[in-house]
Design a protein around this ligand. Structure first.
Ligand SMILES: CC(C)(COP(=O)(O)OP(=O)(O)OC[C@H]1O[C@@H](n2cnc3c(N)ncnc32)[C@H](O)[C@@H]1OP(=O)(O)O)[C@@H](O)C(=O)NCCC(=O)NCCS
Length: 153
């Protein structure tokens, strides 16, 4: 179940950056917490907030999947002591409900860490690639999920 009183909303990069640093960048050999396209006009950042504290984050880059417009999900994370309580799922459901209204798009894709891939496949993402290595981070799979109506979470 989801924690009480959390708010999920689109946010600024500054608001989500501490979680990205703590959950996505720490433990890798990346030399910067910034992603290419972070400040593009079409890029969206989303955060999960408990009161004013950001506890989860995701970044959405307006992109393409197999030639059709789609959102690329990057840097999705939930702080360690709040993981496995439904917060990541709630953030994904928020994105799936709201992204189709933001721009024409067929679905959502990501390069998922091998360790997180079961989280996404439980949520209906399909594995679309062989296992591949992202330098300084580790093994990944390419995943895709077409947009389809979801029940309210
Ligand atoms: C992956 C992550 C975002 C998931 O968020 P979360 O809040 O912990 O996930 P939830 O509690 O919403 O999990 C939803 C379901 O996925 C499962 N799940 C979550 N993470 C999982 C994992 N790494 N492996 C297998 N299952 C996982 C949960 O057990 C739950 O299963 P259920 O439906 O049986 O209850 C979070 O664990 C995280 O930040 N991990 C570290 C950073 C990371 O790997 N980010 C992804 C980069 S691609």
């Amino acid at each position: 179940m989801c924690a009480n009183e959390i708010v999920i909303k689109y946010a600024s990069l500054d608001e989500i950056l501490p979680v990205r640093k703590a959950v996505i960048i720490a433990g890798t050999n990346r030399d910067t917490p910034f992603f290419p396209g972070d400040d593009a006009p079409s890029t969206l950042h989303a955060g999960v907030f408990d009161d004013t504290q950001c506890i989860g984050c995701a970044t959405l880059l307006y992109s393409e999947w197999q030639g059709a417009p789609a959102w690329q999900l990057r840097g999705m994370g939930v702080i360690a002591d709040r993981q496995h309580r439904g917060i990541g799922r709630a953030l994904l459901h928020f994105l799936e409900r709201t992204l189709p209204e933001k721009a024409p798009s067929d679905g959502i894709w990501c390069n998922a860490r091998e360790t997180a891939t079961p989280f996404y496949t439980r949520e209906g993402f399909q594995v679309m690639s062989e296992r591949f290595l992202i330098e300084n981070v580790g093994p990944h799979y390419k995943l895709y999920k077409p947009f389809s109506p979801l029940e309210e979470s």
